[in-house]
Design a protein around this ligand. Structure first.
Ligand code: ZN
Ligand code: ZN
Length: 68
């Protein structure tokens, strides 16, 4: 088996979720803050709030070489 650097991370191979940049949370741009402050942040749906790249499980490496 071999592995290669994950290209799906926020920065290549860093293991961070590219959607939330490894934070695990997303800030709501639609709410400008004047109204509904408590709803300003939501859990990242891509990584379920873990902040890890789902392609490589946060390892920064993905295994290759298997078909199927
Ligand atoms: Zn990755
Ligand atoms: Zn995320």
């Amino acid at each position: 088996m071999s592995s290669h650097t994950c290209l799906d991370c926020d920065s290549i191979g860093d293991g961070s979720c590219p959607v939330c940049h490894g934070i695990g949370m997303l800030s709501g741009d639609s709410a400008s803050g004047a109204y509904g402050e408590s709803a300003g942040r939501v859990s990242c749906a891509s990584c379920n709030g873990s902040g890890e790249c789902q392609k490589c499980d946060g390892s920064g490496q993905v295994e290759v070489g298997g078909e199927g």
